[in-house]
Each structure stands twice: as C-alpha cells, then as structure tokens.
Design a protein around this ligand. Structure first.
Ligand code: ZN
Length: 435
C-alpha cells in the first residue's frame, strides 16, 4: 500500500516537469558518497568483497563522467586494503572529505566530545590526502545531525571555520542505506525475486526523493537550483548506480563538481534549524522561512491590536483572539472572545479609562515538531503554534476601575500568548496569561 501511494506521488512529481536551469538547460547535481571506504562494512568483511564493491561504484561514476565527493568515516578503515580503496577514489579523480572517526550522533553527544572525534578524524585524513596531492576541504555531519541546541550548532560552526573545513550539506536526502542489508541478505538466501523487489523499491525511493527535493527547491527559490545527492558506498549501489545515473540524466540533471554546485547563491544561505533528526538543507531553509513568516504575522497582529486599543476600539482589540480563546488573569479564567470583550468593557468603560497601550515583544518561539514522509524520512513539521512573551504597559489612564476603585494612571505587567491559525489560516490568540 505504501509503495502504491509513493507511485501515485511519483506521477504527480514527474508531471511537474524536468529540471531546467541556466546554460545548457540541465540542472547541475553533485553526487556525494558517505561512509567510505565501505558503508554497512560489517556485511562485507572480506577485502576482496570490499574491492569488488569499490570497483562497481567507481565504474558507475566513471561511465557517467561524475566527479564525486566521498566522505570518509575514519574508523570504517578496519580491514586490510581499506586505505588502498581510498587511494583508488583519489586516483579516479574524486575528492574525499571528513565524515568523523566514530560516526557519532551529535544530538546525544556533548559538543566537546563530538568535536574531539571530528578532529581525530581530520588529523589523520588531512595528512593522508596531502601526501597524495589532494587536500581536505569538506566535512559532513553523520546522519546530517547538526545539533539539538543553537549552542551546539554554533560550537561546530566555529570549529569547522577555524579548522578550515566546510559543511557539505545534502539537499536530496533519502534512505538508500536502508536497502543495503536486505539486498545482501536476499542474495545470500538465493532469493532472486526478493532481490528484484528490493531493487525496484530502491529506485522508486530515490526517484521520489530526487523529484520531491527538486520541487522543494522550486518552491524555495522559484527556479531550479543545483542539488547535492546523498548516496552510500554500499553493495546495492555498486550494482544499481548506473541505472540511477541514467535515470537522473533522463530527468534533466547534469553531473557537476562541488565547486560549481556550491557557488550557487542558494548555498550561501544559513539555516538556524536545530532538532532531533538530520534533514535536507532545503527542509531547513523552508523551516526558516516558515518561522520568519509566522513571526512577521504575529508582529503584525500585535501591532494591530495595540493600535485598536489606542483608538479606543475594544472590539478591534478583541478581534485578535480566537472565538474560543482562554484568558488567564490573577483572579481566574475567562473563556471565549465575547466574554473577554465583556470583561474589558466592564473594566475600561470609555477610551479615557483605557489609556495608551505598549506591548514590547520579548520572545517569539514557534511550536512545532518533526513529521514523517511516506518513505519514513523525517522533516521539520509545520509551525502549528507560536508562543509570545511580552511586557505590556498602560499609561495615561483615568477614571475609576471596573470594580469602582480609583484607577492608577499607569500599570504594567507580563503576558504569555499562544497563537494558532484559525480555520481561515489567520493567526489569532488562543491562550493569554496576563498579570
Ligand atoms: Zn554516514
């Protein structure tokens, strides 16, 4: 059922049309290969098998004239002949980058330990490359996880800058690694039908991801943007890359160098996304844009509310609340926009009593989590709510309060607002706790 859904989605994506970029009309695409020398290496302990996989990968790249970047997981170099495999990648004209020593998950590793692991790998890989007339430029985060807090994101960015390594992002994220073990085991069992099924699913998954992220880039930039495809150095790839690359060419992609792809201004944009999973750069940038749009909408709403208050328009002020909004004050709860309006009318019977409102926004945070695609890939979810902390102050009030007591001329306090979109898509306040 899942694969039928994916086929339907594929048809929709194909209908969106082939890539069309500047120049010769084909869209540049960089192929990157993770977990060198051999991904899922425990499946292939024999040096001859590791050599055969490497031969298959390099042959497919050569056949299609592809200049790839391979990312080395230093502790994957565990068998006799593994360093020679890396030398073969270099000799074939590919570039190698750093993919850590132990392939740690940054999101559950303290920044210092994580950076020590990346540095351990760099300090071995860089001299290895320099001795062979190459150099180290790129780093890729294992599992694309760049940290779960802004502090960790920044710590690694500072380390990479000072050690002269550049984060090589992925734009076409996918789960090619998920097929490696099943494909090998089906072969070991002699189950050719299962193997053919796995191969078809492997291609359908990759086609879906390529087309999906091409469309995502179009949404982001209104044009075709050079892409970075993630693949792994595994046995199914050694057999199937030729077919994959042929399909990519048919879809209007042209294989390009890292320098050409990274020169596109899209790659100069910084994301700010921190979260539990590793995701495509395009998903990070989409999230950044959604967050900026939501912040802007909230700022506009609060400015409109303030203006309404300051012209004595309580109805206008309350129109910023959801009809079922809950207002929390020091004396209890008020439920519903109409009841809230009544409460304000009692407390502020005329514009003189209302005074002049200022709302100073102190923090605005989106509330969102991860979502999961049909293929099981995680991506940052929609922003379902916004939380706003603000300081309110009223000046120039006059008359008596709603309770009959003398009203002070000035007052101030804090407020925490939660906003959601109403059924028409408009941001409005659903919870307001003001003191
Ligand atoms: Zn990896």
């Amino acid at each position: 059922m899942r694969w039928l859904t994916i086929l339907a989605l594929l048809l929709i994506l194909v209908a969106a049309g082939p890539a069309a970029a500047e120049g010769d009309g084909r869209c540049p695409l960089l192929v990157t290969v993770d977990d060198l020398p051999i991904a899922a290496g425990s499946l292939h302990p024999e040096p001859a098998e590791r050599q055969r996989i490497t031969d298959g990968l390099l042959a497919a790249l050569e056949k299609h004239g592809i200049p790839a970047v391979g990312l080395v997981t230093w502790n994957n170099i565990s068998r006799e002949g593994d360093l020679e495999l890396l030398e073969q990648w270099l000799a074939a004209g590919h570039e190698l980058g750093n993919h850590s020593a132990r392939h740690l998950n940054y999101n559950n590793t303290p920044a210092d330990d994580y950076i020590a692991d990346i540095e351990a790998a760099r300090s071995r890989l860089a001299p290895f490359l320099e001795a062979r007339g190459s150099g180290l430029r790129f780093f890729r985060y294992p599992m694309l996880r760049e940290g779960d807090t802004p502090g960790k994101l920044e710590a690694m960015r500072a380390y990479l800058a000072e050690s002269g390594q550049r984060n090589l992002p992925v734009t076409i994220d996918n789960s090619d690694y998920d097929f490696a073990r099943r494909w090998v085991e089906a072969g070991q069992d002699g189950d050719e039908a299962a193997r053919r099924r796995i191969v078809e699913q492997y291609h359908e998954m990759l086609h879906f991801c390529v087309l999906h992220y091409r469309n995502t880039a179009r949404r982001l930039f209104d044009r075709d943007v050079p892409q970075i495809l993630l693949l792994h150095a595994n046995a199914i790839g050694a057999e199937e890359w030729d077919r994959l690359f042929t399909w990519l060419e048919g879809e209007g992609f042209r294989f390009a160098t890292a320098d050409e792809v990274l020169a596109d201004p899209a790659y100069a944009q910084d994301h700010e996304w921190v979260g539990p999973r590793g995701v495509s750069l395009w998903d990070r940038l989409l999230y950044r844009n959604r967050r900026a749009e939501a912040r802007q909408a909230v700022a506009v709403l609060i400015a409109e509310q303030t203006a309404a208050w300051n012209r004595g328009d309580l109805e206008g002020f309350c129109s910023g609340y959801h009809q079922d909004a809950v207002f929390v004050s020091s004396v209890g709860l008020t439920r519903g926009r109409d009841q809230l309006l009544e409460r304000y009318r009692r407390r502020y019977p005329d514009p003189g009593a209302m005074g002049r409102l200022t709302l100073e926004i102190l923090e605005v945070e989106p509330l969102s989590g991860m979502e999961v695609s049909e293929l099981g890939n995680s991506f940052p979810g929609a922003i379902h709510a916004m939380s706003v902390a603000a300081r309110w102050s009223l000046a120039g009030m006059s008359g008596t309060g709603g309770d009959g007591g003398v009203r002070p001329a000035e007052a101030s306090g804090m407020t925490l607002l939660v906003l959601e979109r109403d059924i028409g898509g408009r941001w409005c306040i659903v919870h307001d706790a003001s003191f």
